[in-house]
Design a protein around this ligand. Structure first.
Ligand code: ADP
Length: 678
């Protein structure tokens, strides 16, 4: 791969009509992006709020669940403790002597609270009545009046309601509350109250014993003796749940507070992932925005470049056309379209034959087209004619150069087409002018020669005539035999008359008199001219029958000179060098394209050599012994004066020369108005 070349430094400032970033489309895209950004931020905020609320709710639910669990756990374990005490009561009543002093220490597996260190401060069997109260009992009972009251009502409730009862917490003498709570379990034997099994409980130790170690790791558990003293200890800490201990006769609570609030990990991870995605989206959006900006810039540059190039293409006067290698038109510029009158849409994609090829040159142009597609044009270019849509012909000069890609691969041809119609017209006019000049020059030259000839010949011919007359006079004097001389003399006279006539005609032409146009049928005219010719015995003269009248406008006197000259030459050359008898054939016909009359004079003679054909119409060109070489020169001058032309070629049938005279048909002539000849 070749490195791509740097773009040419162009100043597009003038052409850049839509600078990037200010188009309505841009602004709309920007608004959309801003809206999207706001939406994204709002979504993030909403998500965070929702997550926070969700976490709070979750925390609250967990806290309540933990509190309720602890509440139930306390209920369960205190029930168990009551059952344990009942077992002890039974042991005390049934298995041991009634005196507490002789009783053995109770033996029992016990529940969680029974075994919790510091939970049971004291326990023992107590008969109804005030006797035998233990020291601890005495202490608590006397410490504060409310203690005695609570303990008394505890016993009353236990005995009266026949169920376990609690009293406490005990107050000290100064009124401060301790964590000691008394529990009494009444025992009945055959429906008769026998006594209570009493235990003093250290509630702090009970509460701590209730809670398993794993719960301690994540929660702070505290006994709340006074209901008002709940979360005051740590107002900034996590909100605590106050679980009632439901011990009848007491007003105790357990405060459960989570130690460190464990955030909900999964939603946070989701949120984090979502945030990462959003961030990614924002970054992509920004990248996209930058990319769009760059693209728009490049697009604007390209647009400017296209505008500049289109402006350049449209303003050049040279036609531009690009071909693919398969001969299809790839591109045409406006100048080319103007030249041929077809639109670019009509031309692009076309292949040979092109609509602008003139019909009569289509074959030739097709061959040229094949060559051009294969190898382009030569340095000097190719001159051809195109036909504009309106029918007029356009001369063009085409230069083809290879159409190559940036990698140097040729994909077709690029043609520059120059309209040279004006130049061609000027050239044609100049050539015509030159031809006219030459023709008139020749006429002048011939005129001069002819007048000289006439001048030179007129006197000897006059003398010949006088001589003939003298001879006739002698004959009349009978000094010579009449039958010997008379035919000769008569012939001399005819000859001299004829010579005189020729001289007159040439003289008149040499004086450059105005041509006297007449309208006549060329066929009859030629027949009359031929009839005056003397045909040698070894030659056959044949005038082919006409296909119809061929009307022309011409000077009969001059045209007779042409016909007789051509026929005389043909008769003279027909039998030359041939063993067989000679033949001369004369015929006339009218041609439609171009509208001309044609007169042919062909013979069986040796013909005119190829290299002499150009020169035989020049004055003084002659291959005949003693020939002056003026006859054909005069003929050409006369024919051209009638806006016609004369040519010589080989006659394929008779084998000799064939002279063709082209004359404008009546109506096509550009001479003065005709005078009808009856
Ligand atoms: P001239 O007859 O005096 O030579 P022309 O002008 O009539 O002059 O003819 C010029 C030349 O053209 C002749 O010399 C001859 O070479 C050639 N020429 C004319 N007519 C014929 C013909 N029918 N066949 C062969 N050559 C001819």
């Amino acid at each position: 791969m070749q490195p791509s070349p740097d773009p040419p430094p162009l100043d597009f400032a003038l052409l850049q009509q839509t600078p990037p970033g200010q188009t309505p489309r841009n602004r709309r895209a920007l608004w959309w992006m801003l809206g999207f950004l706001v939406l994204v931020v709002a979504s993030v905020v909403a998500l965070v709020l929702y997550l926070s609320a969700f976490e709070d709710e979750e925390e609250e639910r967990r806290r309540v669940a933990d509190g309720q669990w602890l509440e139930q756990s306390a209920r369960f374990h205190f029930n168990r403790l009551e059952e344990d005490l009942l077992v002890l009561a039974r042991q005390a009543v049934l298995e041991s002597p009634r005196t507490p002093s002789s009783r053995s220490a109770p033996t029992m597996q016990g529940g969680l609270l029974w075994n919790a260190p510091g939970a049971i401060l004291w326990h023992g069997w107590q008969e109804p009545g005030p006797q035998g109260q233990p020291a601890r009992w005495q202490t608590d009972n006397q410490a504060h009046p409310s203690n005695a009251e609570a303990l008394a009502s505890m016993f009353d409730i236990a005995a009266g309601l026949r169920r376990s009862a609690y009293a406490g917490p005990m107050r000290q003498a100064d009124g401060t509350q301790t964590d000691t709570v008394w529990l009494t379990v009444p025992f009945f034997e055959r429906g008769t109250f026998v006594g209570n099994y009493v235990a003093a409980l250290g509630m702090e130790a009970c509460v701590q014993g209730l809670v398993p170690p794993w719960f301690h790791q994540s929660h702070r558990v505290r006994l709340v003796i006074d209901g008002a003293d709940t979360t005051a200890a740590d107002p900034d800490g996590p909100s605590a749940y106050l679980a009632p201990m439901n011990l009848p006769g007491t007003d105790l609570f357990v405060e459960v507070a989570p130690l460190d609030t464990q955030p909900a990990t999964v939603p946070r991870i989701f949120l984090l992932v979502a945030l990462l995605f959003l961030l990614g989206m924002l970054v992509s959006l920004l990248a996209l925005r930058r990319d769009i900006g760059k693209r728009q810039h490049v697009q604007a540059l390209l647009q400017a470049q296209v505008v500049l190039r289109t402006a350049m293409e449209n303003s050049v006067t040279i036609g531009l056309r690009a071909w693919a290698r398969n001969g299809k038109v790839l591109y045409v510029n406006e100048a080319f379209c103007r030249m041929v009158g077809y639109s670019a849409a009509e031309l692009v994609g076309q292949s040979a034959p092109m609509p602008y090829w003139p019909a009569h040159q289509a074959g030739e142009l097709g061959l040229l087209h094949r060559d051009v597609i294969a190898q382009g044009t030569r340095d000097e270019g190719l001159e051809v004619q195109f036909q504009h849509r309106d029918g007029h012909l356009v001369d063009v000069l085409i230069h083809e150069s290879p159409l190559t890609t940036a990698l140097g691969k040729q994909v077709g041809w690029m043609s520059s087409v120059l309209d040279i119609s004006e130049r061609k017209r000027a050239q044609r006019l100049a050539a015509l002018q030159q031809e006219k000049l030459e023709a008139s020059g020749r006429l002048v030259a011939v005129g001069e020669v002819a007048s000289t000839l006439a001048h030179e010949l007129n006197q000897p011919l006059g003398a010949l005539s006088s001589f003939a007359n003298g001879l006739l006079n002698r004959l009349r004097d009978r000094s010579i035999a009449l039958d010997e001389v008379a035919p000769v003399v008569a012939r001399m006279a005819r000859l001299s008359d004829k010579a005189g006539g020729i001289i007159q005609r040439v003289n008149a032409f040499a004086r450059q008199r105005e041509l006297s146009y007449q309208r006549f049928d060329l066929t009859g005219f030629v027949r009359r001219c031929v009839a005056t010719q003397t045909t040698p015995p070894e030659v056959t003269l044949q005038v082919l029958p006409p296909r119809g009248a061929v009307w022309v406008q011409a000077d009969g006197l001059l045209l007779e000179h042409v016909v007789t000259n051509l026929v005389a030459n043909a008769l003279g050359w027909a039998a030359r060098g041939a063993s067989q008898p000679g033949q001369v054939r004369v015929w006339v016909q009218s041609a439609t394209e171009p509208r001309m009359a044609q007169l042919w004079v062909a013979d069986s003679g040796p013909g005119v050599r190829e290299e002499d054909r150009e020169h035989i119409f020049n004055a003084f060109f002659s291959t005949k012994d003693g020939g002056m070489g003026m006859g054909l020169a005069i003929c050409r001058s006369i024919v051209e004066a009638h806006h016609g032309r004369i040519e010589v070629e080989h006659d394929p049938e008779l084998g000799g020369a064939r002279f063709t005279v082209w004359l404008p048909l009546d109506g096509a002539a550009t001479g003065p108005s005709p005078q009808e000849t009856p």
